[in-house]
Design a binder for this molecule. Structure first.
Ligand code: NAD
Length: 497
């Protein structure tokens, strides 16, 4: 389906370009209004798009698809490889997985690119001149969504970080910086605490940075990095970070730049791409013609660049900048210049359409280069398997029968001859041997058994240990093997060990 006929002045260009098939999801809440507004601008600008509307979100969830997407919709997405998506509402309550996360992960859209620019003096901000691109890892980290309740008291969420996933996103950030003439890439992590997972992210960043000597680099622990981003964003250019950190800091960056309603995002992978605003479906604003369509419209601009229509993208972006300069604003944008007028969603889109072909007079006009072909999306190097040796096992136990010494007394006889109990921790802190009486303990214990002298441990020996523990009445709820990789320990010490 083609939604609108291009306006006459841009018709000839639109006809000369191959129409790019794109799946369009109208979304929930304010989604349909801002999508209609955005499409009206893109098509008036001459975007050559063949639109295939798909259903995603609340209605699909409520029709019995707990994922928010019907099985046949995947076929449309796999055919178009391009999705333009308005925000959707994830119904409250258990049993519904976030469709956004499912789409990003199922389609392999590993890179989430979120530009945040200030438009001072036309949109009030404490940070005129701010221009930061956040490149957020999209597939891993705590967003693996693997959670378990393990005991009466303790719940767990797994943080998974892979070497290929980390390598791809960091390389993507450097390539993005190089292609877009950006001077610096900053890495945000928390590797002072998470030495293996975030440590991998930081180390990979340092290694890949050497391949881009012309680009300045630095690393920030996420807490102080986020604080500096909020207080002095101009010291950052491109930031690459993990999934959860990126989610949080990109909302902060959008808000301090002006409004979350202004920020677009691109989700890029080797097999497709999805473009959306960073904000949600804002249910209280739905149907009132007050929502700002700018985030979604600018995501459409990113989509046009990706789809090989950079001139149309420029036309839309420059008309949008001129609209902002002319003081035509939606209600969410912080107020500023005298004479600015507040308009609704539809009138804002009409104001942008009326300025197609014009350029901003004060803000820098936008110029786009050609799109990056899918083949240029970075791949990770193949994995070279390490020499792995299992040297012990952490057995997690649900127990509330007394003190850590009591638990050790229960476990030690079950260790047998080929293993010894070396440590017990509670929520990560060592409580045996020689724990502190002040340490608060839950009913969730990690009990570390090691093979004496670093000897190799077989799966059969581990199974035999678990059998002895079961016979002793120990309620083990999970195990983690302790392995070395090329002689390097692949597990953390206990806190206080
Ligand atoms: P939200 O982004 O919808 O709203 C947060 C605040 O920003 C609200 O005050 C809202 O009025 C304002 N706002 C957001 N977009 C605006 C716009 N375009 N114009 C003017 N004001 C705007 O976040 P929320 O309230 O936490 O979430 C609402 C729903 O959206 C939830 O169901 C959530 O799961 C969903 N959500 C979806 C996406 C997505 O589809 N990508 C992203 C985030 C949240």
């Amino acid at each position: 389906m083609t939604l609108l006929t291009p306006l006459p002045q841009f018709e000839s260009e639109a006809q000369s370009i191959h129409r790019v098939p794109v799946a369009v999801a109208m979304g929930d809440g304010i989604g349909p209004e801002i999508m209609r507004a955005s499409l009206s601008v893109l098509q008036a600008a001459g975007a050559a798009l063949e639109i295939r509307e798909i259903a995603l979100g609340e209605a699909v969830y409520k029709s019995g698809h707990s994922s928010g997407i019907a099985p046949e919709t995947w076929d449309v997405l796999r055919a178009t490889k391009l999705l333009y998506k308005a925000p959707i509402t994830t119904p409250q309550g258990g049993g519904y997985k976030s469709l956004n996360v499912t789409l990003r992960k199922s389609l392999g859209l590993f890179a989430n690119v979120r530009p945040n620019g200030a438009y001072a003096p036309f949109v009030a901000t404490k940070h005129p001149g701010m221009d930061v691109v956040i490149v957020r890892e999209n597939e891993e980290d705590l967003y693996a969504g693997i959670e378990h309740r393990q005991t009466d008291e303790v719940y767990q969420c797994l943080k998974l970080v892979s070497r290929p996933g980390t390598e791809k996103i960091i390389r993507f950030a450097f390539e993005h910086a190089r292609r877009n003439g950006r001077r610096k890439v900053s890495c945000f992590s928390k590797d002072n605490i998470m030495k293996l997972t975030d440590g991998l992210f930081h180390k990979t960043f340092d290694t890949i940075a050497k391949e881009y000597p012309e680009i300045e680099t630095d690393h920030w622990i996420i807490d102080i990095g986020a604080a500096r981003l909020a207080s002095n964003p101009k010291q950052f250019d491109v930031i690459v970070t993990g999934n959860l950190y990126g989610d949080i800091i990109s909302d902060i960056a959008a808000e301090i730049a002006g409004s979350v309603g202004l920020a677009p995002s691109a989700n890029i992978g080797a097999h497709g791409a999805m473009f959306e605003a960073i904000h949600g479906s804002a249910p209280p604003l739905a149907g009132k013609d007050v929502a700002n369509p700018s985030g979604l419209l600018l995501a459409g601009v990113m989509m046009l660049v990706h789809a090989g229509q950079p001139r149309v993208a420029e036309r839309v972006h420059n008309a949008w900048l001129r609209t902002i300069e002319d003081g035509v604003h939606t209600a969410d944008m912080p107020q500023e210049a005298p004479g600015a007028q507040r308009v609704g969603t539809r009138a804002f889109a009409q104001a942008v359409i009326a300025r197609l072909g014009l350029e901003p007079r004060h803000l820098a006009p936008v110029r786009y280069g050609e799109a990056t072909p899918a083949s240029a999306v970075p791949q990770a190097a193949p994995t070279v398997p390490a020499t792995k040796q299992t040297v012990g096992i952490d057995v997690f136990v649900h127990w509330s029968g007394g003190t850590p010494d009591d638990l050790a007394a229960l476990l030690r006889p079950a260790a047998g001859t080929g293993l010894e109990l070396s440590m017990i921790t509670n929520r990560g802190v060592k409580v045996w041997p020689q724990g502190l009486a002040e340490t608060f303990c839950t009913d969730h214990w990690r009990c570390r058994f090691l093979a004496p002298g670093g000897a190799a441990l077989t799966h059969a020996a581990i199974a035999a240990l678990l059998l002895r523990l079961a016979e002793a009445g120990v309620d083990f709820i999970k195990t983690e093997h302790l392995c070395t990789f090329d002689g390097v320990a692949g597990y953390s010490l206990g806190q206080g060990q």
